[in-house]
Design a protein around this ligand. Structure first.
Ligand code: AQP
Length: 327
């Protein structure tokens, strides 16, 4: 029996190379090892204000990008979170088993609520309960995510254990799976901040659909430091981040990369990095445009995905209802 993988991505627009390196490219690469379920988590996206038309368009765009990244609907269930209503229902039930203190300690909540002050939605506070529901509905063993989501997967583990302590073995206990390299790609304009879709700076992130000239411009303007040697030194976060991106796209060893740029400066390295990223994204971009031009394809993939996910979710929710004494 293959282990079950579940993971999700928010349709919040401008999917970037951080999402791709830390999560979606790994989902695609490991599809044969696992039994896979991937979800476009639109209910998570509305924890912050979204324009309705943009949300719909972004849901389609991110689905297209997942298919272009290599998610194969024959190997993986791919669906939209709001198409399977059990996610919201289980989230409500789990709410009643998650102490407020756990939610208040979540780093993502602290960072995002800080920006919005008292306008922050209860949904943003409760984001991890919905994520726990996503994961626990499908008897998930493994959750491949970027480093920023590790704490939320751990909360899902904790609530599953708590629930099982009350009611017996209802939930499978999930584990986060974080990449050794690239689990936290940093912003190009500020290498101390995670690359993020919601950061507004024009040179912050490389979007997966950025054209070559935009990628070149962003990389050439990326923040580094006043030193000159091109080496992996964690104390120099700007160049370290760029080298990590180069390492991922070229699949070369660190020593090999350092040798390649020995005696060369940041300018030469940035030029090489830009070309590697442009060439690395080219096939994905071509596949994306092809997929989006195939009438009806996206809708049929998502309809099939929801039809496969729904009975699995229904089964778990029925177990939960029985355990709690609902209905
Ligand atoms: N900078 C990153 N480096 C590596 N992995 C990352 N991920 C996100 N940013 C990085 C991983 O991508 C997956 C999907 O992310 P998400 O859509 O759930 O949203 P997020 O984690 O909140 O990422 P963003 O890009 O910062 O979105 P916004 O700005 O909308 O909140 C996850 O596995 C995540 O870990």
């Amino acid at each position: 029996m293959k282990k079950r993988v579940f993971s999700g991505i928010q349709p919040t627009g401008n999917t970037h190379i951080g999402n791709y390196i830390g999560a979606t490219s790994r989902w695609a690469a490991e599809q044969d090892i696992y039994d896979n379920i991937f979800c476009v988590v639109d209910l998570h996206a509305i924890t912050e204000r979204q324009d309705p038309k943009e949300l719909k368009a972004n849901t389609r765009e991110v689905t297209g990008l997942l298919l272009a990244a290599g998610i194969d609907p024959k190997k993986s269930i791919l669906f939209v979170q709001s198409h399977v209503h059990e996610h919201s229902e289980l989230a409500w039930i789990l709410n009643c088993y998650i102490p407020m203190g756990w939610l208040g300690r979540m780093t993502q909540y602290k960072e995002k609520s800080g920006k919005q002050k008292e306008q922050v939605s209860a949904g943003l506070f409760d984001y991890p309960a919905l994520m726990a529901a996503d994961i626990l509905l499908y008897d998930t063993n493994v959750v491949p995510v970027g480093e920023d989501q590790k704490q939320h997967v751990e909360l899902a583990r904790d609530v599953a254990q708590r629930f099982n302590n009350f009611y017996g073995e209802v939930f499978t206990i999930p584990e986060p799976k974080i990449a050794d390299v690239g689990a936290r790609i940093m912003g190009l304009d500020d290498p101390n901040k995670k690359m993020s879709k919601s950061e507004e700076g024009p040179n912050h992130a490389i979007a997966l659909l950025d054209p070559p000239d935009v990628i070149r411009k962003k990389i050439m303007r990326a923040t580094t430091d006043s030193q000159t040697t091109v080496v992996f030194d964690e104390k120099r976060p700007g160049i370290y981040n760029l080298l990590t991106i180069y390492q991922i796209f070229t699949e070369k060893e660190k020593k090999q990369i350092e040798a390649e740029f020995a005696g060369k400066g940041y300018g030469d390295f940035k030029k090489a990095l830009a070309e590697v990223v442009i060439e690395g994204l080219r096939p994905l971009q071509e596949r994306y445009h092809k997929i989006m031009n195939e009438p009806g394809y996206l809708d049929s993939v998502l309809a099939e995905g929801a039809a496969k996910a729904h009975p699995l979710a229904q089964k778990t929710l029925a177990k939960v209802h029985k355990a709690v004494g609902l209905g």
